[in-house]
Write a protein that binds this ligand. Structure first.
Ligand SMILES: [Cu+2]
Length: 168
């Protein structure tokens, strides 16, 4: 826990930048009617299985995400630069004790989000899950940008919790 705190404090020093504005360049929220492929991604401490996903440009993929680990994990589709920018938001959630190592205080999240929207962690390109939880993302890869799947829970990206997105 002390390590989480230290990382959180460190990341607080990096200025938070507007996240939503850069969304378009990574694609868009997909429509269920256009799903051509379903990919199940299992999250462990701290890695993904599979750790490489092949996508075609323009394709809509439904990701079924399962947290098989003992820690809270995120699956976030973005550029490397965006992941780095998202990390202070996650650190802030740790700071406010919304994001705990193995639990998300959803009641607190709801309450705090009224004051600070970034604490709600509502982004179409990501899902944040407690151990044993399952979530889903439908994403249209309408972009040529270089993307990766990553977990921005403090310390996890650094630990290598990244899955490559390979363009077919
Ligand atoms: Cu993680």
């Amino acid at each position: 826990m002390i390590m989480y705190r230290l990382i959180a404090i460190f990341l607080m020093l990096i200025p938070s930048v507007c996240y939503a504005s850069s969304m378009k360049m990574i694609g868009e929220k997909g429509d269920i009617k256009n799903v051509t492929k379903v990919v199940t991604v299992n999250m462990f401490d701290n890695y993904y299985e599979p750790n490489e996903i092949v996508v075609k440009e323009g394709e809509t993929i439904k990701f079924i995400v399962k947290n098989m680990g003992e820690l809270v994990h995120e699956l976030n589709i973005a550029t490397k630069e965006m992941h780095v920018k998202h990390q202070p938001e996650m650190a802030k959630m740790v700071e406010h004790e919304i994001l705990l190592a193995d639990r998300i205080d959803k009641k607190k999240m709801k309450k705090m989000a009224k004051m600070d929207h970034s604490l709600a962690h509502k982004h179409a390109n990501s899902v944040l899950l407690e151990p044993k939880e399952t979530g889903e993302i439908i994403w249209k890869f309408s972009t040529s940008a270089k993307l990766e799947i990553a977990c921005n829970v403090p310390g996890h990206y650094e630990a290598g919790m990244i899955a490559k997105i390979i363009k077919d």
